[in-house]
Design a protein around this ligand. Structure first.
Ligand code: NA7
Length: 546
């Protein structure tokens, strides 16, 4: 039954970020609740239940790290975690810390409004529930809003249509004629998983990507013991590294080795598997030096040529662009195209023109007959997650509208000027790194902010406002932009830059400086009395700078 709730804090989202924010708030002694639109915990990992869904971070680092006992005791089988395993793990965490009584599911936040007189947020949900809280944590996830490109005729299709992020376990693909649109991380996983189940599989490829093996396999008991014994050092390394993926990040450049030695190293990386490992685990300059990047890219092209037997399929699957999107890995992707029932459709030269009642027509006039169309077409990432919720700050300013014209802007991915006591969990301009570790860093810092705010509020008798200064926010937005400058990532139109969505303002919605640097920066901000935040939480005096 719908209720009015009066709490210290509301957390919106019950994925990795929301779970840890809720845990931290309760530990702090505050009254808090989490809500989620989904019927259970999991966030991104609840919705993305498509076949083959797998995390591409090593299993031992794709988890919470705040509890050493949990780290050492929770079992895992392989080097990577499947979606069902991740969901089970998150459910376990929720039970272990008795969080479930503080969670309400099937509850969607519709809007949130800041009241400057009472210094509270009023959050209204589609269930009729209303929450009055002093702190609002948005843990909405990066990949919430599905991107489904407009395609004429789609409503006339007589088969089934699914986006991978809205998958239900009852989707039956066996013996069906299936079309997959998109070959990003998701499409690659789906294709590899279903190729041998379906009658036919047409994969619509616009920009083929570089896919290296993941090298997935069982983790042996001695390997697990070794990880357990060394967890402290492993975590320390990850937290001071750039991507926090547990892969080496050497400083040697590609050309510091002889051609023969670097070919050997590339082969070793290929055999080891893991996308980040391949991109940054061998050489330091793959993302910054065009020639080094091209040599690495050519190595992968040669591998593709050695695996994909059919010349037409090989041509469609071979990328020509630099190796500079989010690195992908998956076992068996290219091999799947050696099956007679799997086809590579080149939609860069012959785009999809329409969906017909019985399939997809491409510009060359061919109708590819299908029973099921799977959109693996990605997301309106990051600020897109905020599109469906009306968050109104001081003066009725709408957060998403504010971000729309020139891209999102925040201070350290956590706070937005004009939106007091709104704490973003992995919001726009968060650090680009392995998610569990980066979000723990962010939530820990927001808890530092809340702790300080509570002290001030108790001392002064007035609710303290946690709010970035405009200058600090602007400086951080600039910093995020320059963190990408000179890298290959900036040259390609990927979702990392919001360039996959027509009409979206180009922006750099991540901070690419790395987790180690980010953590050092947060320590510095704290040491300087929460520099960049407005007084009284931040330093007194004139507006603060980074
Ligand atoms: P991505 O990486 O954004 O990939 C989406 C794919 O969909 C990509 O291959 C796109 O091709 C393709 N796409 C999108 N629109 C079209 C149209 N109209 N026609 C043909 N192909 C299209 O999303 P993912 O879900 O795979 O991965 C997102 C992140 O989730 C991933 O990086 C992980 O961090 C988890 P394009 O490249 O635009 O030509």
């Amino acid at each position: 039954m719908a209720q009015e709730h009066h709490l210290d804090a509301l957390v919106v989202g019950a994925g990795f970020g929301g779970i840890y924010a809720l845990y931290s708030l309760l530990k702090e002694g505050l009254t808090a609740q989490a809500i989620d639109n989904a019927p259970d915990v999991g966030g991104t990992w609840y919705w993305n239940r498509y076949p083959g869904a797998l995390s591409d971070s090593w299993s031992h680092l794709y988890r919470f790290t705040f509890d050493p006992e949990l780290l050492r005791s929770y079992p895992w089988r392989k080097r990577y975690l499947t979606q069902p395993e991740i969901l089970k793990y998150l459910q376990h965490v929720v039970e272990r810390y008795h969080l479930r009584p503080h969670m309400q599911f099937s509850t969607r936040m519709q809007n949130a409004e800041w009241n400057d007189a009472t210094k509270t947020w009023t959050v209204r949900c589609h269930t009729g529930d209303v929450f009055h809280v002093r702190y609002l944590f948005t843990a909405l996830g990066l990949l919430l809003k599905a991107h489904i490109p407009a395609m004429p005729g789609i409503e006339r299709f007589q088969g089934e249509i699914h986006h991978t992020s809205d998958w239900t376990p009852d989707v039956a693909l066996e013996n069906q004629r299936v079309g997959v649109i998109g070959v990003g991380s998701t499409g690659v996983q789906v294709v590899s998983a279903i190729a041998d189940q379906v009658k036919s599989l047409h994969v619509f490829v616009r920009h083929p990507q570089y896919v290296v093996p993941s090298g997935n396999r069982d983790v042996t008991a001695p390997e697990r013991d070794l990880i357990n014994q060394n967890y402290r050092a492993i975590l320390a390394d990850a937290r001071t590294s750039t991507f926090a993926m547990g892969t080496p990040e050497p400083s040697r450049t590609l050309r510091s080795l002889s051609p023969a030695d670097r070919a050997l190293l590339m082969e070793e990386l290929w055999q080891t598997g893991n996308g980040f490992m391949f991109m940054v685990g061998g050489f330091s300059d793959i993302v910054t030096d065009d020639a080094a990047n091209e040599e690495m890219a050519q190595f992968i092209r040669n591998k593709i040529a050695g695996i994909v037997e059919d010349p037409q399929k090989r041509a469609v699957l071979t990328p020509r662009e630099p190796y500079g999107r989010r690195p992908l890995c998956n076992d068996g992707y290219y091999e799947a195209f050696n099956r007679d029932n799997v086809f590579a459709v080149d939609v860069s030269t012959h785009a999809i023109t329409e969906v017909t009642p019985d399939g997809i027509r491409t510009a060359d006039g061919t109708v590819h007959e299908l029973d099921v169309i799977i959109f693996a077409t990605g997301f309106d990432a990051m600020d897109g997650s905020y599109a469906g919720v009306g968050i109104q700050g001081r003066g009725g300013q709408n957060l998403y509208d504010l971000w729309k014209p020139s891209g999102p802007s925040s201070y350290i991915g956590m706070s937005v000027s004009g939106f007091p006591n709104l704490l973003l969990v992995n919001g726009p301009h968060m650090v680009f790194a392995n998610i569990p570790l980066s979000l723990e860093t962010s939530v820990d810092f927001t808890m530092d902010l809340v702790r300080r705010s509570e002290e001030i509020s108790t001392r002064t008798g007035c609710q303290c406002e946690i709010e970035a200064s405009e200058e600090a926010q602007r400086a951080w937005t600039d910093e995020s932009r320059s963190s990408l400058a000179g890298t290959v990532f900036e040259k390609l139109p990927s979702w990392l830059l919001g360039k996959n969505i027509d009409g979206k303002a180009p922006s750099v919605p991540f901070y690419f400086g790395g987790l180690g640097k980010f953590r050092a920066l947060l320590a510095d901000i704290k040491a300087k009395g929460f520099e960049g935040f407005q007084s009284p939480l931040g330093p007194a005096g004139p507006k603060t700078r980074l």
